[in-house]
Ligand binder design. Structure first.
Ligand SMILES: Cc1cc2nc3c(=O)[nH]c(=O)nc-3n(C[C@H](O)[C@H](O)[C@H](O)COP(=O)(O)O)c2cc1C
Length: 176
């Protein structure tokens, strides 16, 4: 039985460790209503405007970026070890070319408060509504990070947009 987790940020440390390990899938769903899971490892859990917030950093070249621009909501799904293949697929293939739910056999299930589904196999789900977003300003970024992650010779615009999603639901099975 999945437990609704309302205490926050009680589990932030564990969840950030899972995020850093590349075991998190963000699911976005645009106008067409087709959900798309994308592996993420950059983000944060924070508290602002009196709300718990998950901040996702999504590069403009991702299909997920287009979906988030269309919809303003997403879910964040945390996985135990054992899903490396699915994480790899969702982190290298685009929803423009594949139905990633079909290819990975992961199961989208209806969320409680947002239109994007959560993923059944994840041990914890966050449902987020975007309350703020911010395009990166490359001029304000440390030059060494700029050179390492945003090389000049890439023709397409590849900066990240930060999506601040209010965590309106958070539930699953997590060790207390
Ligand atoms: C471990 C891992 C972590 C990643 N983290 C991010 C991230 O935080 N933000 C991002 O924009 N892309 C990240 N990516 C890359 C996207 O997951 C990848 O480009 C994906 O194919 C995009 O899918 P989409 O086009 O369906 O949105 C990550 C990839 C991996 C393997």
């Amino acid at each position: 039985m999945e437990k609704r987790i309302i205490e926050f940020p009680q589990h932030a440390e564990k969840l950030l460790e899972v995020l850093k390990s590349g075991r998190v899938l963000l699911v976005a769903q645009g106008h067409e209503g087709k959900p798309n899971p994308m592996t993420i490892a950059w983000g944060s859990i924070m508290f602002a405007w009196g709300k718990p917030i998950f901040v996702a950093m999504v590069r403009d070249s991702r299909h997920t970026y287009k979906l988030l621009e269309e919809s303003n909501h997403f879910t964040v799904n945390f996985f135990d070890e054992g899903y490396n293949k699915a994480m790899g697929f969702c982190g290298t293939k685009s929803g423009r070319d594949y139905d990633k739910f079909k290819e990975t056999n992961l199961t989208p299930i209806k969320a409680k408060a947002v239109d994007s589904p959560v993923i059944e196999e994840a041990f914890l789900h966050m449902e987020c509504k975007v309350v703020y977003k911010q395009e990166m300003n490359p001029e304000a970024l440390d030059p060494s990070i700029l050179a390492a992650h945003y090389p000049k010779d890439v023709a397409e615009k590849t900066y990240h947009t930060l999506y601040y999603g209010e965590i309106v639901e958070m539930y699953g099975n997590i060790a207390q």
